[in-house]
Design a protein around this ligand. Sequence first.
Ligand code: SF4
Ligand code: SF4
Length: 395
Amino acid sequence: ECGFCEPVCPSKGLTLSPRQRIVMWRDIQAKKRAGIDTRELLHSYQYQGIDTCAATGLCAQRCPVGINTGELVKKLRSQAADHAKTADWLAEHFHTALGGARFTLTAANSARKLLGAPRLGRLSAALSKASKGRLPQWTPALPQPLRTLDFGPASNDARPRVVYLATCVSRVMGPAYADREQSSLLDKTRALLEKAGYQVVFPDNADSLCCGQPFASKGYPEQAEHKRQELLNALLHASRGGLDPIYCDTSPCTLRLVQDLGETRLDLYDPVRFIRTHLVDRLEFSPQDEPVAVHVTCSTQHLGESQALIDLARRCSKQVVIPEGIHCCGFAGDKGFTTPELNAHSLRSLKNAVQHCSEGISTSRTCEIGLSSHSGIDYHGLVYLVDRVTRPRSI
Ligand code: SF4
Ligand code: SF4
């Protein structure tokens, strides 16, 4: 109960801090054992403790004894998870599930074209309020849909190979309609890797693959592990038994994949580590004058790449801003849609901190939706910035 974990928690001040989550849970259990009726307490705890936890485990980074309150919350979610059959179906028909996500984004995009952004914003806010938050609110930062992608066969030439794992989020979510960057993360990443002289290879059946993170955070660890193993097998095959490096374009998914790899030999990289170890020597950087804001995701922190991300940003821009006091954005995959107040609370000081920046960078597309919404500037993947300021190094 030292409270060292509290400053990094996005829900502190909105609902509970990690310390309070643990203390309250312990108190509820003690009351239960003493035969006291805890129904009302449990009802409050559902929102205060469980629903408003981002479950990214940033608290564990600060805890002197390594307590990860996010893991406790995920365990509690899994005890209450009662849609196992739906989760099974989604895991088995992941390609179809992604089609549903594309359809939803297409419908939102068509509504924007029809009604105009301001009117859709007002209408969606009213509908979201009337449904008590069950209908997510549309914002101008919402991604446009990406069509089903044709990854094509590998060309197999003399260039070094890199396996590109485009995560489900980057396969579905394109840029926001008003964003000045209108290439998808996938196209931008492929172009950057090729500029640095790599031959880009995709795993087979790429559109059905997922690291399992959406299942894990919703409390379905079995389905999550099934998807993770399926993906690891596909990566093992695509990388010729672990011979080729694997580039994963989203930090949270990389973190999930590199944990507990056991005997599986895979050379897996998040964007920051791949760029600093494989691309920096192959590219010439001409830093831009425009200031850039950096958001270090929770996963980048867990992966130990925070300083490396800031250093890379400094190679790309002469002015780099790291907003103080923002540790986890609170978007947490889809919480930005389902519990938007967590995202808003966590990023309440962002706009002031970055108002003179021309753009922000990060390594998670979903975090970028919330960051763009609450900052007034567009947030992009790190590769957009690196691609803009580099050219192939002449050897
Ligand atoms: S979870 Fe860890 S850091 Fe937080 S109050 Fe308990 S002991 Fe301290
Ligand atoms: S996982 Fe994140 S939101 Fe949940 S208690 Fe820990 S720091 Fe707070």
